[in-house]
Design a protein around this ligand. Structure first.
Ligand SMILES: [Zn+2]
Length: 315
C-alpha cells in the first residue's frame, strides 16, 4: 500500500496536472490565427511576431512598460459612491462590480500611477478593459481627477491610456456626467501649462472617445487600434452607406488628422520619453525658459502694436 501511496499516486497526480496546463499556455492571434505561446507573447509585449497584430494588454503591464524599471507606484484612489441608482438588469450592478473586482483584483476600471520616464516625473492614468469593458463610471471620473490634480501638484506631464467601451450604462446619467468631469480634469493640466498626452489603445470608443481621449496635446495610437464613437455597423445602418476600408483604425485616423502618431508598442516608451523630455526641457530648462519668457512680452507687444494699427486705421 505504501508503494502505491508514495510512488504511484504522486506520479498520476503529476500527469493529471501537466495535462491541465497547456490550455492556458497558447493563445490564438486574432490577426493571423497562429497559435502563440504565452511566454513568447509576454516577451514580445503581447504583439504577434508573425503578423505584428497588437493584442490587448494588461493595465499593470502597460504601466510597467512605460515607467523606468521599478520607479513607479500606484496611487490609492478615493472611494466612490457605488451604485447610486440601485441599478439592476439581469444582475444587480453591485454584483457585477463584485465579480469584476474579484476577476481583476482592483476597485474599478482605472489605475493611476506616478513615477519616472527617462528620469522625468510623470503621472499615468490607464484603463483596465477587463474591468467591465473599461467603462467610465463615477470611480473612473474620480480616478482621472485625482491623477490630473497629482500631475499639477508634481508639475509633471499627464499621460492617459484609455481602453474602453465608453460610458457605464449601470450608472445612467451619472456616467454621462463623467464626460464633462474628465474634461475638467484635462483643463486643470492645461491651465498649469503641462503636457497632456493620450495613448489610444484598442478599443477607445463611446463616451471616452467623445471626451478626454480626444483632447490631448499629442495623440499617439497603437497600430490597428479601433478608435471611434459609435460602431461601424451602427453608422452604416444609420447613414445607409458603406464605410471606407480601415475606418476607425489608428492608421485611418492618423491619415485624416485625428491622431498624430501611430507607434508600435515596442517603441512607445522611447517615443514618450523623447516627447516629454523635449517639452519639459523647454518648460524648465534655463536657456529655453529664457527664450520662452522673452517671447511673451514680444508677443504682447506685437498684439499691442497690431491693435494700435487697427485703432489708427479706424481713426
Ligand atoms: Zn498574428
Amino acid at each position: 500500500m505504501s508503494w502505491i501511496t508514495n510512488f504511484v499516486r504522486p506520479k498520476i497526480k503529476a500527469l493529471m496536472t501537466k495535462q491541465d496546463l497547456p490550455d492556458n499556455l497558447w493563445q490564438k492571434c486574432p490577426g493571423c490565427q497562429t497559435m502563440l505561446h504565452h511566454q513568447e507573447l509576454i516577451k514580445n509585449l503581447n504583439v504577434c511576431h508573425h503578423c505584428n497584430h497588437h493584442l490587448r494588454m494588461g493595465v499593470i503591464e502597460r504601466i510597467e512598460m512605460l515607467f523606468d524599471p521599478g520607479h513607479y507606484q500606484t496611487i490609492e484612489l478615493p472611494k466612490s459612491n457605488v451604485d447610486p441608482l440601485k441599478f439592476r438588469d439581469k444582475k444587480k450592478y453591485t454584483d457585477r462590480l463584485k465579480d469584476a473586482q474579484a476577476k481583476t483584483k482592483r476597485k474599478d476600471a482605472i489605475v493611476v500611477a506616478q513615477g519616472t520616464i527617462g528620469g522625468q516625473t510623470a503621472v499615468i492614468a490607464a484603463f483596465d478593459f477587463n474591468f467591465m469593458g473599461g467603462s467610465m463610471g463615477s470611480a473612473v471620473g474620480d480616478g482621472l481627477l485625482t491623477a490630473a490634480r497629482l500631475a499639477v501638484m508634481l508639475k509633471a506631464p499627464f499621460i492617459v491610456i484609455p481602453a474602453s467601451g465608453g460610458a457605464r450604462m449601470q450608472e445612467g446619467m451619472l456616467s454621462l456626467m463623467q464626460m464633462p468631469r474628465s474634461v475638467v480634469a484635462v483643463e486643470l493640466v492645461k491651465e498649469a501649462r503641462l503636457p497632456y498626452i493620450v495613448i489610444l489603445t484598442d478599443p477607445t470608443t463611446g463616451g471616452v472617445s467623445a471626451s478626454f481621449a480626444m483632447l490631448g496635446d499629442i495623440h499617439i495610437a497603437e497600430p490597428g487600434a479601433q478608435i471611434g464613437f459609435a460602431g461601424v455597423r451602427v453608422i452604416q445602418e444609420t447613414i445607409r452607406e458603406s464605410l471606407p476600408e480601415g475606418f476607425q483604425t489608428a492608421e485611418y485616423l492618423r491619415d485624416h488628422g485625428m491622431v498624430d502618431l501611430v507607434v508600435p508598442r515596442g517603441e512607445l516608451r522611447a517615443q514618450i520619453m523623447t516627447i516629454i523630455n523635449i517639452i519639459m526641457q523647454k518648460k524648465t530648462g534655463k536657456p529655453l525658459n529664457r527664450d520662452e519668457d522673452a517671447s511673451r512680452p514680444v508677443a504682447a507687444k506685437q498684439n499691442g502694436s497690431s491693435r494700435s494699427k487697427k485703432d489708427k486705421a479706424k481713426s
